[in-house]
Design a protein around this ligand. Structure first.
Ligand code: HEM
Length: 452
């Protein structure tokens, strides 16, 4: 495709109505992003959204998304969402591009293979049990605890040696501060915030420096022989490219460690928060999950072999990911002019897509607001859908490398949790989604009480 035009072939590019002069759709997107994205989704395969004066292309339907994320994936960079994350994750997997990205993905993939994740299960379970042991009988501060738990699990899976574990406790706070700082940058369209001498900016910069210093120290120790071969950091350090035999530089390992921590934490923590909300909101779902966990474990401690028999629990988590995909809105940037669903997306333009809008399309998921794990039953209504209709983990070469890790982690946490606690909805508390960089429940709206 040589030129970029508004109209190619018979496909006319529609602009989502309601753009305001000078502002475009930016206010609607900032104030009510979920409603706006669902509305925009209904206008076609590829529609135009105006962000201020700039034009962005919003790609919607499964076929068009397949072109964007799989068929033509090589023609797109990651785009605006990731540029600002570079301050912390550098050239880590989520932000790197092209040939370098492909090489890094190959080097990192073995650390996330199923056989390896089996080894991380013990860390996931023990971390959950350790944290739960500190919870008071009236239940914990749920959101804070789920954050702390995902940070502990990620930290211990990355650095499992005794030396490095000392860093993990300290890391939790630092990672939270860094994640919040990155999120603020990504959601500040003006780019001004990061230049102001605000205390939050100073805190972010200090936390980032301390976090990088501790990663450097751990990497030095591991290079000196302290690694045990079983954790993710050991695997990253040992990885060699199959063609040239080269490994990663210390700087690159640090970027990857930071990417895995930041990429895995906010996402998994939000899904666990939503899961608790759903279990409280739908006691019949909680009952079925609990019965399944009890039947599969026979009332004993959860172990890895139980997980594959937690069919209903897995469907429940998939439905949580459909209703509340944490990365609900993502971007790409064409490096050359690319044709998607008959429209030319010009090189350098902003291209957007929304797993949330897709997963609430009534043509794909009838009665999309209804929480129904049994949609996902073999032979159920979602079975015949194109695979890409479920995009909570993305798709193609840039899809989530931690998807299986996250599912095993969430199954483990939910299993251990319901063996000991009951989730109870607090009816007076209204829970609204808070959609910033990730889709989070604004407040828990549920509490934990010891299981009767
Ligand atoms: C429920 C939890 C999770 C969700 C919903 C999630 C979702 C996603 C999505 C949608 C993408 C693709 C983004 C895009 O296309 O622009 C992605 C990429 C990524 N995720 Fe996850 N993620 C989760 C957990 C994790 C975990 C636990 C890790 C690591 C331990 C992780 C590491 C990454 C990395 C490194 C990438 C970039 C992959 C690449 O570009 O090659 N994620 N994730």
């Amino acid at each position: 495709v040589a030129t970029a035009t508004h109209v190619t072939g018979s496909a006319e590019l529609v602009e989502v109505p309601g753009a305001l002069p000078g502002v475009g759709h930016a206010l609607q997107l900032a104030r009510r992003p979920l409603e706006f994205l669902r509305r925009a989704h209904a206008y076609g395969d590829v529609v135009v959204i105006r962000l201020g004066r700039a034009k962005a292309y919003f790609v919607n339907q499964p076929e068009a998304l397949r072109t964007l994320l799989i068929r033509e994936a090589g023609s797109f960079d990651k785009g605006i969402h990731y540029e600002k994350a570079r301050v912390s994750i550098g050239n880590g997997l989520a932000a790197s591009e092209g040939e370098f990205h492909r090489r890094q993905r190959k080097l990192i993939r073995p650390a996330f293979q199923r056989a390896r994740i089996r080894g991380y299960f013990d860390v996931m379970k023990q971390s959950t049990l350790d944290r739960m042991a500190t919870w008071p009988a009236q239940g914990p501060d749920l959101h804070a605890e789920l954050h702390a738990l995902t940070a502990t699990i990620a930290g211990r899976a990355l650095f499992s040696t005794e030396f490095a574990m000392a860093t993990v406790d300290d890391l939790e706070q630092l990672v939270d501060t860094v994640a919040a700082g990155v999120q603020r940058r990504i959601t500040d369209p003006t780019g001004l915030l990061e230049k102001l001498p605000l205390p939050s900016i100073r805190r972010f910069e200090q936390a980032l420096k301390r976090m990088n210093d501790s990663f450097d120290a751990v990497i030095r120790e591991y290079r000196g022989g302290a690694g045990n071969g079983a954790d993710i950091l050991s695997l990253l350090l040992a990885a060699r490219d199959e063609t040239d035999g080269e490994g990663m530089s210390d700087q690159q390992v640090r970027d990857e460690v930071c990417t895995l921590l930041l990429g895995g934490l906010e996402t998994t923590a939000q899904v666990l928060k939503w899961t608790c909300y759903v279990l409280g909101e739908h006691p019949e779902v909680q009952q079925r999950v609990r019965e399944e966990v009890d039947a599969v474990t026979g009332g004993r401690e959860l172990d890895h072999d139980h997980l594959e028999r937690l069919d209903y629990t897995r469907r429940m988590l998939k439905e949580v990911l459909r209703r509340y995909p944490p990365l609900y809105f993502l971007s790409r940037r064409p490096v050359v002019d690319v044709e998607v669903a008959g429209h030319v997306l010009p090189a350098g333009s902003t291209v957007l897509f929304s797993p949330y809008a897709l997963q609430h399309d009534p043509a794909l998921y009838p009665d999309p607001e209804r929480f129904d794990p049994d949609r996902w039953l073999p032979g159920g209504p979602a079975e015949g859908l194109p695979q890409i209709s479920f995009a909570a983990f993305g798709a193609g070469i840039r899809s989530c490398i931690g998807d299986h890790f996250a599912m095993i982690e969430m199954l483990t946490v939910v299993g251990c949790l319901l063996q000991r606690w009951t989730v109870r909805r607090i009816p007076s508390v209204v829970v609204r989604p808070k959609a910033t960089f990730v889709l989070a429940p604004g407040v828990p709206g549920v509490e934990l009480v010891p299981r009767a």
